[in-house]
Design a protein around this ligand. Structure first.
Ligand code: ADP
Ligand code: ZN
Length: 629
């Protein structure tokens, strides 16, 4: 394929269709490029270096796949996601692309086959894990063959201070030195400005052009709720809004993962656990089920899901606070790659902050590393407690402006926009909390966390209160105007505003440099009221108006619904016969279009987005037969 298409690699914008557009249409079955894709693809195809920052689902893969198909030689893709390489390669082969991979899962013979194919020029794309490039045998192999482009996927892994550093990535700067004539393209879906700079510097990409898309994911509804009874809250969220949908639930500990998966199963939701404590076989089996079945829930530690290409993940739920905004954005980004409505739901409470702080203090890492970890946590906290649009705050964190929207202040598809939090003047309660903290500080050598503060404010004579004579303090019982949950909310917000800090492994509350201004009455403290628990699923245009029982993942007019279901049934059969995930056959978005447009001929079918040449010849007749019913 490469040789055949290379003749007009420079011909973009001319009267005739460019080589890159032709590949987009014939191989991938799409009509037009999206956003920055075209510019990036043309640039790399012409031999330029590029840094591509696009959100998950933004279409990064095409940015290196198409240059690899158009330029002579093999595109080498460096990716840390070993567990996914087989699937990525299978998906490409289903499109008629000659793809292979080399990683530690291959035995000797399989590796020899892949190497031979590469040397014979029989591969359009070759996926390699970064650690393999440390081996002289690998670089020697690449030198003996012909490389068309180097793609460095998940490029944020090179950032030493980022949230996902991988030492093997540092070695990749040698690519530009050893292959100065081969274009390089670095791609990531999570980069603050600082990380972006670090990618450019550490990979030696100073001459590269940047292609930065908006990080907005308009189809994802962001919601952050106060944690009360997290598993019950989760169950309700799933039953009311995502019955029958595929999704991921993240928990911090293995134990919580296991118990949450059991809880969901006991309550009629099919769920499997995934964490590093399970043996490799079980993990692989659960991941494979998630990819291949419709509507399975995986409960996981963050080990799960990086780079998972499943397009129809309808929700990502967090039962514990992520460690950073980058992590939160990356994890929630696994929802809705197909562009259809999806939900990012997080339950968080004061205890999360205390726990994360302890993890940081007790963890390894030098003081600079710990400081960095605290900054990451503070930014996450501030996102949780914001009264602003969550989307706006997320984008601002990545140095971007929200898309036009309503004066740029409201996205209409996050909880704070849908039900704006009520503000209240929290100056007096803040003073009460801070004065209590001051009083406890005088108790030398003793450490008290939020629980003791709340007990004192509420005037509770607990054993620990009596033991330390805290019922004799002047602040004892001065806070009965609020309940326990409200006091916890006040404390959380004081921490988020930097007026209170959690210290040490016991979660002790201490004052900050700015606390005194509040105590002296020089500063007001605006707070938000915790929203009441949501009674019914919010029905918004973006969230869809699906009945709680429906397992259909897309909004469709009623008359197209049966057809869509018939197509899905047909797809499930095809996928089962071939032992591949259903979305390898067609994505939901493609089935949806087919159900809406009801193509009567192969030609009409080929005009549907996502139906390329190979899929048309493999499945065209089958689809038409399924439509004919
Ligand atoms: P990323 O790697 O940035 O997360 P992908 O490359 O997986 O995103 O693309 C996300 C989805 O969008 C995929 O289903 C892909 O097939 C689809 N897609 C990419 N580019 C286009 C396009 N130009 N037109 C239509 N669909 C596209
Ligand atoms: Zn919003």
């Amino acid at each position: 394929m490469a040789g055949m298409l290379q003749e007009s690699a420079e011909g973009s914008g001319g009267a005739s269709e460019s080589a890159t557009l032709r590949v987009l249409r014939r191989v991938f079955g799409y009509d037009a490029f999206r956003g920055q894709q075209e510019a990036a693809i043309e640039h790399v195809t012409r031999g330029g270096d590029a840094v591509v920052l696009m959100p998950t689902g933004g279409g990064k893969s095409l940015c290196y796949q198409i240059p690899a198909l158009v330029r002579p030689g093999t595109g080498v893709v460096i990716s840390p996601l070993i567990a996914l390489m087989q699937d990525q390669v299978d998906a490409l082969r289903a499109l008629g692309v000659r793809a292979g991979f080399i990683n530690s899962t291959l035995d000797f013979d399989q590796r020899r086959v892949a190497e031979a194919e590469f040397l014979a020029g029989e591969l359009d794309l070759l996926y390699i894990a970064p650690e393999r490039l440390r081996l002289e045998a690998t670089t020697a192999l690449l030198e003996r063959g012909k490389v068309s482009v180097f793609a460095i996927d998940e490029a944020h892994c090179v950032a030493q201070w980022g949230h996902d550093f991988r030492p093997d990535y540092l070695n990749l700067s040698m690519l530009g030195e050893r292959w100065p004539e081969v274009p390089r393209i670095a791609l990531t879906a999570t980069a603050t400005r600082a990380t972006h700079r670090e990618i450019v510097q550490r990979l030696g990409l100073t001459g590269a052009r940047d292609f930065v898309a908006s990080f907005d994911r308009p189809n994802i509804q962001y919601r952050i709720v106060p944690k009360r009874d997290p598993r019950k809250q989760l169950l309700r969220f799933l039953k009311e809004e995502h019955q029958g949908d595929a999704g991921i639930v993240y928990c911090l500990s293995r134990n919580a993962v296991e118990r949450t998966a059991e809880f969901l199963c006991a309550n009629g939701i099919e769920a499997v656990p995934y964490h590093a404590g399970l043996d490799a076989g079980t993990r692989a089996a659960h991941q494979s089920r998630f990819l291949r079945e419709e509507g399975l829930v995986v409960v996981a530690t963050i080990a799960f899901g990086m780079g998972i290409d499943k397009p129809d993940v309808r929700f990502v739920a967090h039962l514990d606070l992520p460690k950073s905004v980058e992590g939160y954005y990356q994890e929630t980004g696994r929802a809705g790659r197909d562009g259809l409505p999806s939900t990012a739901w997080l339950a968080y409470g004061l205890q999360d902050v205390v726990q994360q702080r302890k993890l940081i203090e007790n963890g390894e890492g030098d003081p600079a590393f710990q400081r960095r970890a605290r900054m990451h946590l503070d930014a996450m906290l501030s996102l949780c407690e914001t009264v602003r649009c969550r989307r706006g705050q997320l984008l601002a964190y990545f140095g971007q402006e929200p898309a036009e929207g309503a004066a740029g202040t409201s996205c209409g598809n996050c909880d704070t926009c849908l039900t704006p939090p009520q503000a209240w003047d929290g100056t007096v309660p803040a003073q009460k909390v801070l004065s209590t903290v001051v009083r406890l500080k005088r108790e030398r050598g003793q450490k008290f966390g939020s629980g003791q503060i709340v007990d004192i404010l509420l005037g509770r004579k607990t054993a620990k209160v009596i033991q330390f004579d805290h019922d004799a303090l002047s602040v004892f019982g001065i806070g009965t105007e609020l309940g326990e949950a409200e006091w916890r909310s006040v404390i959380r917000q004081l921490i988020a505003q930097g007026l209170l800090e959690i210290e040490g492994e016991h979660g002790t509350l201490v004052l900050t440099d700015t606390s005194a201004t509040v105590l002296r009455g020089e500063r007001e403290v605006p707070l938000r009221k915790d929203p009441a628990p949501v009674k019914a699923p919010r029905q918004t245009a973006a969230a869809g108006s699906r009945g709680a029982k429906s397992a259909a993942p897309v909004d469709l007019p009623a008359e197209a619904q049966p057809l869509f279901e018939a197509l899905r049934t047909w797809r499930t059969e095809q996928a089962r016969e071939q032992g591949v995930p259903p979305y390898f056959v067609f994505h939901d978005a493609t089935l949806r279009e087919i159900a809406l447009q009801r193509p009567a001929t192969l030609e009409e079918l080929s005009a549907i987005p996502g139906v390329g040449e190979k899929k048309l010849s493999n499945y065209g007749e089958g689809v038409l037969a399924a439509l004919a019913g």
